[in-house]
Design a protein around this ligand. Structure first.
Ligand SMILES: *[C@@H]1O[C@H](CO)[C@@H](O)[C@H](O)[C@H]1NC(C)=O
Ligand SMILES: *[C@@H]1O[C@H](CO)[C@@H](O)[C@H](O)[C@H]1NC(C)=O
Ligand SMILES: *[C@@H]1O[C@H](CO)[C@@H](O)[C@H](O)[C@H]1NC(C)=O
Ligand SMILES: *[C@@H]1O[C@H](CO)[C@@H](O)[C@H](O)[C@H]1NC(C)=O
Length: 815
C-alpha cells in the first residue's frame, strides 16, 4: 500500500464513515484486497540470473513504454479488475461524487497495479477530480509528483505547481508529501534552504516512524531501499565502483558461507550445526527473492539444538568442539529468541530463558545476554529485576551489543519514576547519553531517534554546560538516517518498485523509485536515474540505446542529488556525461565535467582523481583548455594513493570489492613517454629545470605541502562518518613512495625492451613461416596501446579494461 500506516488508519476511519453512504466503493475496495491476495506476476529476473545481468531496455517515446515486447509477453490484467472493480469505482466516483474512488482510480492508472495498462493523463484527471471535491492529502501528493517530474516527458515539468501541490498534500496530512518537503527544504530544491523548518518536518516524521517501530520488528524485514545498478556491481561495474553495494542477498551469502565451511571440514558430521544455523537464518528473514518462513526457520534451529543435546547433553556440554561451540550456541540463542517472542512457535519465556542460559555456557554472546536482560527488565519470568537486568545488559555491552546499549539507556531513562520524555531531570543523564551514543555508533536504528531528540532538546547541556549547542544539520542527520533505515514504513512503494522491476515492468518500477527519489532517498535516486538512463557496456553487441532529452535531464537531476548526498560514483558519472563520454544527449561542457571530477577528487576518489588528471593531460581543464602535465602527474599520483587507501579499507571491512589499478599505471607510463618526446611541455611551465625526475619530484613536493590540508579534511570526514554511524577511515594506508624511483624507470624500460625484442623475434619467425599475416600483425601491435587508452576513457558500466593483447599489468609506484 502506498499510503503510510498512519494515513491508512485515518483513511480507514473515513472509510468506515463513508460506508454508510457508498457501499459500491467499499465493495470495490474489498474486491481489490482479495485480488491482491491472489495476484502473482510472471518474473523475468530471479535470484540466479539478476546479478550482472540487469538490462534496462530501450524506452520508446511513441508507445511511451520500454521496449520489452521481445522479452516478455505482456500480462493481461485480471478480468475482475477491468470488468467489475473499475466500473464500480467509476460509478461510485461519478454518482456519489466520492473523492476516494477518484483517488483510487488515479492510483490504478498511474501505478498500473495488477498489470493494468497505465494511462497517465487519465490518472492525472482523476486526481484533479478528487481534489475538486475536497482536500485529499494523497491526491495532492500525487499531483505534486506528476507536475514536478512531468512523468519523464509525458507532461511538461511545472516545478512551481508541483511544489504547491506537495505543500497542500503535506497540509492535509500526507506523510509522503511531508517527507518530500522536508528534503526540499533541507537541500534547497525549488525552495530556499531552510534547515530549521526541515528539522521540524523530519522530527515530526520520525515520531510517526517511532510509533510504527514500536510494534514492528524491522530486523526481520527486507529493506528495498537499494540501488538497482548494484546488481551489476554498481554504477561503474564491479571493478571501478567505489560506493559499497546496497544489495544483500542473504540466502546467497549464507550459501557461500555454508559451502566454504564444507570445503574446509571434510568430515560430514562436523559442520552440521553451521549448515542448520545458516538454513535457519535464511528463512528467519528472507530476502528479495525468498520469502521468510518462520516455521522453517524454527525447524532448522530446533534440529540444530536437538542435535547438540543428543551429542553433548549427556556429557553436560563439556568438551564441545570449537567450531560446534560457536554455531550450537548461536542456534540456541536464535531458538530462544523465537520462543521469547513467539515467532513460528508458541511463546514460551521459560523455555527461552533456559536456552539462553545454555548458550551462554558454550559461548558468551552479546545476543543472549541482551535477551536475558530483556526478560529480567520486563519481568517476563517473575517480578522485574532491574539490578540483574542492568548487569546482563552490561555483560552484553562488553561484547559490543548495539541493542543492549540502547536497552540500558532506555532502562535508565525509565528508572526511579523518571519519564522517558524528560531525560534532563534524570541524575543518570550523562550515562544515558553515553550509552545511547554508543548504540548509534554500533548502528542501532531506534537509538538514532533518541539521539535526535536528545540533541534537539539540548540534553548534553545538563552535564556539559560549556558545550556548543549542536548545529541544525547535525541534529537533522540523526532523523534522516533513522527515516532511511525505516524505508519499509516511509517508502513502501520501494517494494512495489522492486517487484515490478523483477517482473520486467520497468515503467511502473520507475514510478516507485522516482517517488522515493523525490523524497530524498539516495539509493532510490540512483535507481531512478538508472531506469531513465542506463548506458550499455562498451563492447555490447546490442544496438545502442537512444534517450530523449527529458529523460536524460531527469536522470542528471537525480544523479546530481545523489552526488550531493555523497554518492561519489554518481559524481563521476556526471563528469563523464558532461565531458561527452556517454554518447549522451547533453552538450559537452568541460567546465562542469571538471568540477564534478574535482568534487570526486576532493572526496579522495581514486577514479575521480584519475579523470581529473586526464583532463589536465588532454587539455580539457579549466585554464583555457591548456595541457598541464604537472597537474596531470600530481593527480595520477593522488589517484594511486587513494587507490591504496581504498584497498586497505576494503581489506579491513572484509569486502570483496577491489578495483583494478592498472589504468593508473598505464596513464603514468603514458605520461612518462609524453615527457620523453615532449620535454618542452614539462619545462615550459618554469617550475623546474633539471631532468624529468626532478621535475616530477618538485610536483610531489608541492603535493606534500597540501597533505597537511588533506589531513584536516580527513579528520573532518572521519568525524562525520562517525557521526553517521559508519566506520571511519583506516589510518595506515600508503602515504609516501619515494623509494624505488630509479628502479621503476629501469624496470619500465627493461620491460619495453623485452616487449620490443619479443615482437621483433616473433615478426622474424612469422616472416620465415610465411609472409601473409605480416602486415596485420604489425598493425595490431601498434594499435594495442591506443586501444588501451581508449578503454580508460570509457569506464562506464562494468568495462573492465581488458587488454586484448596480453595480460600485462605493471605495478610500479609513481615517482
Ligand atoms: C497500487 O500500487 C501502489 C504502489 O505500491 C499502491 O500505493 C497503491 O495503493 C496500489 N493501488 C491499489 C488500488 O491497489
Ligand atoms: C484465489 O484463487 C483461487 C483459485 O484460483 C480461488 O478459488 C480463490 O477464491 C481466490 N481467492 C481470493 C481471495 O480471491
Ligand atoms: C513454510 O514452510 C512450511 C514447512 O516447509 C510450509 O508448510 C509452509 O507452507 C511454509 N509457509 C509459507 C508461508 O510459505
Ligand atoms: C585565457 O585566455 C584569455 C583570452 O584568451 C586570457 O585573457 C587569459 O589570460 C587566459 N587565462 C589564463 C589563465 O591563461
Amino acid at each position: 500500500m502506498f499510503k503510510t500506516l498512519t494515513t491508512l488508519v485515518i483513511s480507514l476511519l473515513i472509510l468506515v464513515h463513508a460506508s454508510t453512504q457508498d457501499t459500491l466503493y467499499n465493495q470495490a475496495i474489498h474486491q481489490l484486497n482479495q485480488l491482491s491476495q491472489n495476484f502473482t506476476r510472471s518474473e523475468i529476473y530471479n535470484i540466479d540470473n539478476i546479478e550482472g545481468n540487469l538490462y534496462i531496455p530501450q524506452f520508446d517515446p511513441l508507445t511511451n513504454d520500454y521496449d520489452t515486447r521481445k522479452q516478455i509477453p505482456k500480462n493481461d490484467p485480471p478480468v475482475e479488475l477491468t470488468d467489475k472493480i473499475i466500473p464500480m469505482l467509476i460509478k461510485s466516483a461519478t454518482e456519489s461524487n466520492n473523492p476516494h474512488a477518484y483517488s483510487t482510480l488515479g492510483d490504478l492508472y498511474l501505478f498500473g497495479n495488477y498489470s493494468l495498462p497505465t494511462d497517465y493523463t487519465r490518472a492525472r484527471d482523476y486526481y484533479h477530480k478528487a481534489v475538486e471535491i475536497g482536500p485529499d492529502g494523497h491526491a495532492y501528493f500525487m499531483l505534486g509528483f506528476i507536475y514536478s517530474t512531468g512523468l519523464f516527458g509525458t507532461f511538461p515539468i511545472d516545478q512551481e505547481r508541483g511544489n504547491l501541490y506537495y505543500h497542500f498534500g503535506m497540509e492535509n496530512g500526507d506523510l509522503n508529501a511531508l517527507l518530500v518537503m522536508a528534503y526540499k527544504n533541507y537541500k534547497g530544491i525549488g525552495v530556499p534552504v531552510n534547515c530549521d523548518l526541515s528539522l521540524n518536518y523530519y522530527a515530526k516524521l520520525a515520531k510517526y516512524g517511532k510509533q510504527w517501530f514500536d510494534v514492528n520488528d524491522i530486523s526481520r524485514e527486507v529493506d528495498y531501499n537499494i540501488r538497482i545498478p548494484d546488481f551489476n556491481g554498481g554504477l561503474y561495474g564491479e571493478k571501478m565502483s567505489e560506493m559499497p553495494s546496497t544489495i544483500e542477498i542473504r540466502s546467497k551469502y549464507f550459501n557461500d558461507l555454508k559451502n566454504s565451511i564444507e570445503e574446509f571440514k571434510l568430515n560430514s558430521n562436523e559442520h552440521e550445526y553451521a549448515t542448520l544455523y545458516y538454513n535457519g537464518l535464511e528463512n528467519y528473514k528472507g530476502d528479495y527473492f525468498i520469502p521468510k518462513n518462520l516455521t522453517k526457520a524454527f525447524q532448522s534451529f530446533h534440529e540444530c539444538v536437538q542435535l547438540g543435546d543428543e551429542i553433548y547433553g549427556a556429557n553436560d556440554y563439556r568438551n564441545v568442539d570449537g567450531m560446534d561451540k560457536i554455531f550450537l550456541s548461536a542456534c540456541q540463542t536464535k531458538l530462544g529468541r523465537m520462543y521469547l517472542y513467539g515467532l513460528g512457535v508458541k511463546k514460551d519465556v521459560a523455555k527461552a530463558f533456559e536456552l539462553f542460559q545454555l548458550s551462554l555456557r558454550l559461548s558468551q554472546t552479546a545476543e543472549a545476554w541482551n535477551d536475558i536482560g530483556v526478560i529480567q527488565e520486563q519481568g517476563l519470568l517473575g517480578p522485574p529485576n532491574y539490578e540483574d537486568a542492568i548487569k546482563s545488559y552490561q555483560s552484553s555491552i562488553k561484547k559490543k551489543s548495539a541493542n543492549a546499549n540502547k536497552n540500558l539507556a532506555k532502562l535508565l531513562m525509565n528508572l526511579n519514576g523518571n519519564k522517558e520524555e524528560n531525560p534532563h531531570a534524570n541524575d543518570q543523564v550523562e550515562n544515558i547519553f553515553k550509552y545511547m551514543k554508543e548504540a548509534v555508533y554500533l548502528r542501532d536504528t531506534e537509538a538514532l531517534y533518541y539521539m535526535g531528540n536528545f540533541l534537539q532538546s539540548g540534553v548534553q547541556k545538563v552535564f556539559e554546560p560549556t558545550s556548543e549547542p549542536p548545529s541544525c544539520t547535525s541534529i537533522l542527520v540523526y532523523y534522516r538516517i533513522f527515516i532511511e533505515r525505516l524505508s519499509q514504513f516511509y517508502a513502501p512503494h520501494l517494494k512495489y518498485a522492486f517487484e515490478e522491476l523483477v517482473a520486467g515492468n520497468f515503467k511502473n518500477s520507475l514510478i516507485g523509485y522516482a517517488i522515493a527519489a523525490e523524497q530524498g532517498l539516495e539509493p532510490a535516486q540512483i535507481s531512478a536515474a538508472y531506469l531513465l538512463y542506463q548506458l550499455q557496456p562498451l563492447y555490447s553487441k546490442l544496438t545502442p540505446k537512444t534517450f530523449t532529452p527529458e529523460r536524460v535531464d531527469m536522470a542528471i537531476q537525480y544523479l546530481d542529488r545523489a552526488s550531493k548526498q555523497t554518492n561519489v560514483d554518481a559524481t563521476i558519472l556526471l563528469g563523464d556525461i558532461f565531458s561527452g563520454e556517454c554518447q549522451s544527449a547533453v552538450p559537452q561542457d568541460n567546465d562542469r565535467a571538471f568540477n564534478y571530477y574535482r568534487i570526486a577528487s576532493d572526496k579522495h576518489s581514486s577514479h575521480g582523481t584519475f579523470r581529473l588528471a586526464e583532463m589536465y593531460e588532454y587539455g580539457m581543464g579549466p585554464v583555457n583548455d591548456s595541457v598541464d602535465y604537472f597537474m596531470a602527474k600530481r593527480y595520477y599520483d593522488s589517484s594511486l594513493q587513494y587507490k591504496e587507501k581504498f584497498d586497505f579499507e576494503q581489506k579491513n571491512s572484509f569486502s570483496k570489492v577491489t578495483f583494478s589499478k592498472s589504468h593508473i599505471d598505464w596513464a603514468l607510463l603514458r605520461l612518462r613517454f609524453k615527457y620523453l618526446f615532449n620535454r618542452k611541455a614539462f619545462t615550459d611551465s618554469g617550475k623546474s629545470e633539471g631532468g624529468w625526475l626532478s621535475a616530477f619530484n618538485t610536483v610531489s613536493k608541492r603535493a606534500s605541502n597540501e597533505k597537511q590540508h588533506q589531513k584536516q579534511i580527513d579528520s573532518i570526514s572521519k568525524a562525520e562518518a562517525h557521526h553517521e554511524g559508519t566506520t571511519g577511515y583506516g589510518e595506515e594506508y600508503m602515504e609516501d613512495y619515494d623509494v624505488g624511483d630509479y628502479l621503476v624507470i629501469a624496470l619500465t624500460f627493461t620491460f619495453f625492451m623485452v616487449f620490443f625484442v619479443q615482437n621483433i623475434v616473433r615478426q622474424i619467425r612469422r616472416m620465415r613461416n610465411g609472409q601473409n599475416n605480416n602486415n596485420n600483425n604489425q598493425n595490431e601491435n601498434e594499435n594495442a596501446n591506443e586501444n588501451a587508452n581508449g578503454n580508460f576513457q570509457n569506464g562506464w558500466n562494468g568495462n573492465q579494461f581488458n587488454f586484448r593483447r596480453g595480460n600485462f599489468e605493471f605495478h610500479f609506484f609513481a615517482i
